[in-house]
Design a binder for this molecule. Sequence first.
Ligand SMILES: *Cc1c(COP(=O)(O)O)cnc(C)c1O
Length: 384
Amino acid sequence: MSDKTSAVATSPSGDPWLLTPGPLTTSVTTKEAMLHDFGSRDKKFIEINRRVRSSLLNIINGQDDFVCVPLQGSGTFSVEAMLGTLVPRDGKLLILVNGAYGHRMAKICKYYNRANEIMEYPEDQPVSISDLDAKLNEDKDITHVAVIHCETTSGVLNPIAGVAEIVEKHGRSLLIDSMSAFGALPVDSTKIRYDAVAASSNKCLEGVPGMGFVLIRRSALEKAEGNAPSLVLDLYDQWVQMEKTDQWRFTPPTHCIVAFDQAIREFEEEGGVDGRGGRYASNCKILVDGMRALGFQTLLPDHLQAPIIVTFHKPTDPKFDFQDFYDRLAERGYLIYPGKLTVADSFRVGCIGRMGNDDIRDALVVIKETLNEMGVTNCASAAA
Ligand SMILES: *Cc1c(COP(=O)(O)O)cnc(C)c1O
């Protein structure tokens, strides 16, 4: 941090720091990878595409039993494609919900006319494994269970290993949305039993937005022909065509893929999930400790907090106006995120992306200065 208190902070590419859950700050080298054009049938591009798919399988130790099906679009496209492709028309999906992304899955089922049921928990609590056990005992129509790894609505970590154990015990199929956790928290397919996990290029793998992917157990995908009610979101067809021709069915997001290739290389150089997750965990701890020292209260107790994004209660001090706080931080080069909770007035600060511990410390200095400028003296919240 420079001694000029009004200095504008910038990332190495001169951009604001994105303290958000995605898109997020990417490395200069990842952005530079996009300074070239590639033909979709170009040998070089095909090789890069193959490498990206293979590297993604390595992250879950899935080379033997899983396939990687990439898909154009934001992460939700991949979640929708996963549900539409893997839940058969006569199947029934049980969705474990503790935030907006779980509800979004239910909405997808409604569009697709797929039988579904939700088991809902408050946004500041994980989903319950014992409830799931009881539910699967009682409802034999349920064929698939879906769970969100880190519910980005609040930042709460769900117990996916425990969920997977119960789903396996009952012989059902588990689908995981690990969008905001993939690359930072383990979803090792040799340790956790599931049939598919969906994620995207622009969260913890620090690529640019534009594509998602679903890693699917080959035996589950082989049975999924004809399930999907949408051509573009049919992962079975996407997979079969890509295996056959090495090409995407429709115009591939070439620049996004070459940037993703570079981002994955940097992820591997950082030490994979352990290295990336370790940096985010220390970012998260510095952020939470620093904000608490300023008087802020977190929504979640530490043991439920995933090192991805932190929800803070809005201070009750009348001088604290979130929009004003947001705008002032944006002027100083830090973009934070509004809250998405239904239970409490809050805002969120992300700890993921190409940011180190010192960048978080710098952000805390600016947050403190900003509160002083606003005349906010008490950051406590009555709701906490
Ligand atoms: C980001 C995210 C998604 C996908 O969101 P998009 O805006 O479509 O990229 C899905 N699930 C979770 C848990 C997420 O954090």
